[in-house]
Write a protein that binds this ligand. Structure first.
Ligand code: DQA
Length: 149
């Protein structure tokens, strides 16, 4: 099984960015942990980050036929990007939306996700745990839903 982790704008700044909200863990720390956990389960993980909406759209398209699932932290594009939502629908690759923070306990503009309706589920509020839980979620989803005839 192959899982593509995509990270959107400003997530390259984790570690220095608003540590009271996002903690001190860097994106590289998260990638290492995910890859370690994935290898224990025989899952292949690719991890990418971009600050550019179009690049994220391209990567979602490319996942079609090359990845079994996408774990997507779209950052602020979650709340603004219809293009990303359409990309997820177009590609048809099961996608889990993740957030480090609990977006529902924050500003009201973070309560709206354009991508959640086209994702198989949403995990938020557990810091790096959200990324780890998403790995478990896509493994279960692929086994239970996608594998059925
Ligand atoms: C975030 C939440 C978003 O609202 C915000 O714009 C981010 C990070 C999170 O992981 O908690 O960039 O996606």
């Amino acid at each position: 099984m192959r899982v593509l982790y995509l990270n959107g704008p400003n997530l390259n700044m984790l570690g220095v960015r608003e540590p009271a909200v996002y903690g001190k863990t860097t994106l590289e720390d998260i990638e290492l942990q995910i890859k370690e956990r994935a290898s224990q389960s025989g899952i292949e993980v690719e991890f990418r980050q971009s600050n550019h909406e179009g690049e994220l759209v391209d990567w979602v398209h490319q996942a079609r036929g090359t990845s079994d699932a996408i774990v997507l932290n779209a950052g602020a594009y979650t709340h603004t990007s219809i293009a990303l939502r359409d990309a997820i629908s177009s590609a048809g690759v099961p996608t889990v939306e993740v957030h480090l923070s609990n977006v529902y306990s924050r500003e009201e503009f973070r309560h709206k996700s354009h991508i959640a309706p086209v994702c198989v589920g949403v995990i938020c509020g557990f810091g790096m745990g959200s990324y780890l839980l998403a790995l478990e979620a896509v493994a279960q989803y692929t086994k239970n839903v996608v594998a059925k005839p």
